[in-house]
Design a protein around this ligand. Structure first.
Ligand SMILES: Cc1cc2nc3c(=O)[nH]c(=O)nc-3n(C[C@H](O)[C@H](O)[C@H](O)COP(=O)(O)O)c2cc1C
Length: 290
């Protein structure tokens, strides 16, 4: 792990020891921290991040190369960003500037993953011509299915989309010039959660640069149903596509936020609970059905 302590800088505060999720850092006889079992390290770098004097380096990462954590945006500006994000379905038919795509791509490694599992795969279409090819490939496959009888039995729910699709509207990709697909190894501990978290951060960061985004459940279904699309997107063997987001430049402006419905919220008070076996079975059913 290349776990190194600068003895001149270490103030023996034990913060790295307290904050280690794997519990594998201890003081030696000189009260200098060392790792007891490298195999259990999660590589989260909390020890490097928390050290108040920058005395600790790990995995060849030097503390002086880490960005500081000062000057964060205010709570008002973060909330405003969350409130004003919208699903964008109108895009300009052009590529985003390369440097914007680069910024978006560089952000991807920061969102959290279950067990600090950093093996996601991202397929990014950064060129509208490639996107048009992908759009055409997908839409022609869907057209075939929509024209067959199978769809009539399974797809009544999507009847209104079908008509628009057959008229030539880009119902799936909304004419977006770019797309990002997150895939995870089939044995990833929290693959689908990791993907959704990642794209949630992507969406907000994109919004901060006035880049439009759209969660695309339809495209996700297409990827699962048409394996050659996964090949086109260079999704590695043993990986499963988890979610899709469309993105691109947009002229659309929403001058106001929406006023979403309230959720049910329970503020929990202390109480004693006794539940019947029937209720237990129901709970198991609700908890595990999907
Ligand atoms: C998981 C998920 C999947 C979605 N899939 C699609 C989709 O395939 N096509 C689409 O037009 N919108 C899709 N949406 C967008 C929702 O329909 C959208 O959030 C809703 O219309 C509310 O609008 P807002 O996001 O601007 O608040 C999806 C949203 C989420 C969160």
């Amino acid at each position: 792990m290349h776990f190194k302590i600068d003895k001149e800088k270490c103030i023996h505060c034990g913060q790295c020891i307290k904050d280690c999720i794997a519990n594998i850092i201890e003081f030696d006889d000189e009260k200098i921290p060392y790792i007891t079992n490298e195999n259990h390290c999660l590589k989260c770098q909390h020890c490097l991040a928390i050290c108040p004097t920058g005395a600790l380096s790990i995995m060849n990462k030097k503390p002086e190369d880490s960005e500081d954590t000062e000057n964060l945006p205010s709570e008002e500006s973060v909330l405003k960003l969350i409130k004003s994000r919208r699903s964008i379905r109108q895009y300009r038919a052009e590529n985003l500037p390369k440097e914007v795509i680069e910024k978006l791509t560089n952000m991807l490694k920061y969102p959290p993953t279950g067990c600090n599992f950093h093996k996601l795969h991202f397929s990014i279409i950064d060129d509208i011509e490639v996107m048009d090819k992908f759009r055409e490939m997908t839409n022609s496959k869907i057209k075939k299915i929509l024209s067959s009888n199978t769809f009539n039995t399974i797809g009544k729910k999507f009847a209104n989309y079908k008509d628009a699709f057959m008229r030539g509207d880009d119902i799936i990709f909304r004419n977006a010039p770019h797309m990002i697909v997150v895939s995870a190894p089939i044995n990833a501990p929290c693959g689908s959660e990791d993907a959704i978290i990642n794209l949630s951060y992507f969406e907000l960061y994109a919004k901060s640069m006035n880049v439009g985004t759209l969660w695309c459940g339809f495209a996700e279904i297409c990827l699962k149903v048409f394996p050659d699309l996964c090949e086109f997107l260079e999704i590695p063997d043993g990986y499963k596509p988890m979610y899709v987001m469309l993105f691109g430049p947009t002229d659309i402006k929403y001058p106001r936020c929406t006023q979403p419905e309230e959720y049910q919220i329970s503020y929990i008070k202390d109480k004693d609970i006794k539940i019947s076996n029937l209720k237990k079975i129901k709970r198991y059913f609700w908890n595990f059905i999907r």
